[in-house]
Design a protein. Structure first.
Length: 149
């Protein structure tokens, strides 16, 4: 499982002109599953998202996680995190899990983050989404449950 974690001042996701998820501050997380991902991959990403210390404390050092900073999480499914653009000009998405595999894993990820006591808003799986955010920093962290990077 892969994720891109962005510290944001605000974020929202719109589907068919309706806002389906919104946070006032915290983390915007794009996540994708691989075909052979399982519970260990989901738990690894959920734990990392919940405990990344990328929010400033009173001394302006990144020592706080999203919960201690009073933030929430907006989780967006984004199969393109598995894009392979090493050859040619059209990326391949063959490394991403099919929807019937990925959707329950993304739902498990949302539940896993919630189990850490965080509020989680989500997009809509397989929908065309417009995501708006105000990045804070910008701070953007790449996560991979296989520790590939």
């Amino acid at each position: 499982m892969r994720a891109t974690v962005q510290r944001v001042q605000s974020a929202k996701v719109v589907v068919d002109d309706s806002t389906v998820g919104r946070i006032d501050g915290g983390l915007l997380v794009y996540a994708a599953a691989a075909p052979d991902d399982g519970a260990e991959d989901v738990d690894y990403i959920a734990d990392k998202v919940a405990h990344l210390r990328i929010f400033n404390d009173q001394a302006h050092k990144m020592n706080l996680d999203v919960g201690r900073a009073g933030g929430a999480v907006l989780l967006i499914s984004a199969f393109a995190l598995y894009a392979d653009a090493r050859r040619g000009r059209r990326p391949s998405f063959e490394s991403a899990a099919r929807g019937d595999i990925a959707e329950p894993l993304i739902e498990q990820l949302a539940d896993g983050i919630r189990r850490h006591g965080l509020t989680v808003a989500t997009g809509r799986f397989a929908a065309t989404m417009q995501v708006e955010s105000v990045n804070d920093g910008p701070i953007c962290i790449l996560l991979d449950s296989r520790r590939g990077f």
